[in-house]
Design a protein around this ligand. Structure first.
Ligand code: WTA
Length: 668
């Protein structure tokens, strides 16, 4: 292509009309209404006035040790009382030193012999429609049995156990059985590929893996066992695999390594004497994406994590023991850990578990189930709400939804449009919405309205939870004036904060406490309005939020780099109406390779194999080279503009070869 022609095309494309992200603002985007708690809700609320929120909040930040010490004493069952509340040597926290407890005992045994014993702990509905109800007593017996199985297999306190299961009650049983014997679970979301399983198992050196023959999703079987088999070709530490029969499809069992859950389970004792563990005993590792390199093993410990999960469930979900609570997040994510398992069961509530897709067999599956099981609280993600909106109101209007009393949102900013739809169509104008901001690393919800106390503003996660002090700062750590965008930090330690990254304390210190020495940096941008409400805009680092899933651009790039056709790759996000963000990858290929649709499909499949199918890019663009500075740095800013179909802004004069912009823009 001649230089003149390239430049003419380039000029044209650089001045192309902006789209997507610059859509016209609708009236809902300018929503200014404030939704005050109704008197009816306030009357029954766990915390029923703004004044009481303010009073408790003030105490929690002015005398944190007194506050947290009291909460821990009142809310948790201790085998040995703690002697100190907090030892903080930034960035390392030790909470409730000297204390001993058992987390599983706090979720189960404490309810036995009470009125809760024969109440449902879990109501489960499988995708094919099978329903099971498991009482607290039954759940406790299941957990005790599995704890014995683990011990008989030689699993001891501190050992790591990987769990790769569908959303079935046995996933909860497996987590709690680990907690009971002090083993550290690492739950791997069922959408991850064998490569991702292998990396996680090797990073934490798991001894035991728990999986299933499969799980149901959109009427099809998700083949979990073959993925584990492939992963285990490269995991020297794994000694045994327990396989749950869920779908009944044929799987290969490796002699001497694999056992069926129902075989090892048979005839075992239903009681188990649980040991007590130190407050800081590791409870679980959960891998999450960061802005650089491989996924990070976020470590949470026992007492502080449990206190955070339990207290936030009580206040933010206004949780009562007669609630029937449905959280649509998978157990493989932090939301499932804190608000399906630990926070809910420690409060003696009833958890509803659903295995499958929200539109199987029809897009009204959630609404059907809410009516069928008289669900009172629904906690879901904006990406799901946008899908429901798209599927149409009629699917909702067919159902009563009159058992609901509270709605929750998590995972990404919720737009005022989606908030109002959720409020009107699902909540019938009656249910408060708690927009909850938090992270894998924070362990429990950090910013959210306490529904009987705090007035709601659509699109804002509102005010911080007790003891949490978020601030919006500039690059230098100086607080910015109200109404100004900045980066969000959390200045005081809190009980459920991550303790370190498994095996990489240096990375922990650098990632979270490096930008603002000694202070936790969230990685999110936000602003605070004149009333002190927080409005979170999303990640300011190279972590994408696709359908509420965190995906690191560096991980996608590393996966592409292992494909034989790829010379160089860059991954960026672009705004997407349904997913929040969509993944766009830019690839330059090696000489001799043909750039065609087959190659694009191959690259997508490759990412599916390396990470998991949920990380497959929405768009693959191939060019002879990527836009780089003369010193060889890929200019992501330009790629983000191209991906979004926006005018390329900013300085392009330092580029090594300006024609690559046009080459990338011309592709879909
Ligand atoms: C984003 C999920 C706006 C945020 C619990 C955060 C949110 C990341 C909200 C953590 C919210 C989560 N409003 N953004 N209510 N909740 N986020 O670790 O960017 O999977 O940093 O934890 O999700 O994602 P993670």
């Amino acid at each position: 292509m001649s230089g003149a022609r390239t430049n003419a095309r380039l000029k044209k494309s650089l001045t192309k009309a902006p789209n997507v992200s610059d859509q016209k603002k609708t009236s809902a985007s300018r929503e200014k209404r404030v939704f005050k708690p109704s008197a009816e809700f306030q009357r029954q609320a766990n915390l029923g006035s703004l004044a009481s929120y303010k009073k408790l909040y003030a105490e929690s930040v002015n005398s944190p040790e007194k506050f947290w010490g009291r909460q821990a004493k009142e809310l948790l069952v201790w085998r040995k009382p703690f002697t100190s509340v907090l030892k903080w040597k930034a960035p390392h926290a030790k909470w409730f030193g000297g204390g001993k407890l058992n987390v599983a005992e706090n979720c189960l045994d404490r309810h036995l012999g009470t009125a809760l014993e024969n109440k449902a702990a879990i109501i489960f509905e499988g995708e094919p429609g099978d329903v099971r109800t498991i009482t607290y007593k039954q759940l406790s017996m299941h957990v005790c049995r599995l704890a014995h199985v683990f011990e008989n297999m030689g699993v001891v306190a501190g050992d790591r156990v990987a769990i790769y299961l569908p959303m079935v009650p046995e996933a909860v049983v497996a987590m709690l059985a680990c907690a009971r014997i002090g083993a550290v679970h690492t739950v791997i979301f069922g959408g991850f590929s064998s490569e991702a399983i292998k990396d996680r198992i090797n990073d934490c050196k798991a001894k035991l893996v728990i999986t299933a023959d499969g799980g149901w999703r959109r009427g099809k079987i998700i083949e979990l066992k073959p993925a584990v088999d492939r992963a285990l070709e490269g995991t020297p530490t794994v000694q045994s695999v327990i396989v749950l029969k869920r779908t009944g499809n044929e799987v290969k069992m490796a002699e001497g390594r694999d056992v069926w859950w129902h075989d090892v389970w048979k005839g075992g004792p239903n009681t188990h004497k649980a040991k007590a563990f130190d407050s800081e005993h590791p409870l679980f590792i959960l891998y999450t994406s960061g802005s650089t390199g491989k996924p990070k093993g976020v470590l949470h410990t026992s007492a502080g994590y449990l206190l955070g999960a339990k207290m936030t469930s009580h206040y933010i979900f206004d949780l009562k023991q007669n609630d029937r609570y449905f959280c649509s997040a998978d157990i493989g994510w932090i939301t499932g850990h804190s608000y399906v398992v630990y926070g809910l069961l420690s409060n003696g509530s009833t958890v509803f578990l659903y295995e499958g897709a929200p539109n199987q067999p029809e897009p009204d599956r959630f609404w059907q189930m809410i009516d069928r099981h008289a669900i009172t609280i629904l906690y879901t993600a904006p990406t799901a709400i946008r899908a429901f909106m798209r599927w149409g109101d009629n699917y909702v209007l067919k159902h009563r939804l009159d058992s609901l009393r509270l709605l929750g949102s998590v995972g990404e900013p919720i737009s005022p449009e989606a908030w109002l739809w959720y409020h009107k169509l699902i909540g019938k104008g009656r249910c408060p919405i708690v927009d909850t901001w938090w992270q894998t690393e924070t362990g429990s919800i950090m910013i959210a309205p306490i529904p009987g106390a705090v007035p709601l503003k659509p699109g804002s996660a509102s005010l911080p939870f007790f003891g949490i002090v978020p601030k919006i700062v500039d690059e230098k750590g100086k607080e910015v004036p109200r109404g100004t965008d900045g980066k969000m930090i959390i200045t005081k330690p809190w009980p459920s904060m991550l303790r370190t990254l498994w095996g990489d304390d240096e990375r922990f210190q650098k990632t979270y406490f490096g930008d603002y020495p000694g202070i936790y940096f969230t990685g999110d941008g936000a602003k605070q309005d004149k009333d002190g409400y927080f409005w979170i805009s999303g990640r300011v680092d190279d972590v994408l939020n696709i359908s509420g899933h965190r995906i690191g651009t560096a991980e996608v790039e590393a996966a592409l780099a292992t494909h034989p056709a790829v010379a160089e790759a860059a991954a960026v996000g672009r705004p997407d109406d349904l997913k929040g963000q969509a993944l766009v990858v830019f690839v330059s290929i090696k000489t001799g390779v043909t750039a065609d649709d087959k190659l694009k499909e191959d690259l997508r499949a490759h990412i599916g194999r390396e990470i998991g199918s949920f990380a497959k890019p929405d768009s693959v663009r191939i060019a002879p080279s990527l836009p780089k500075t003369r010193s060889g740095k890929i200019v992501r800013r330009i790629l983000k503009d191209i991906a979004a179909g926006r005018q390329v802004t900013g300085d392009t004069t330092t580029l090594e070869d300006i024609s690559v912009i046009a080459a990338l823009q011309t592709q879909d």
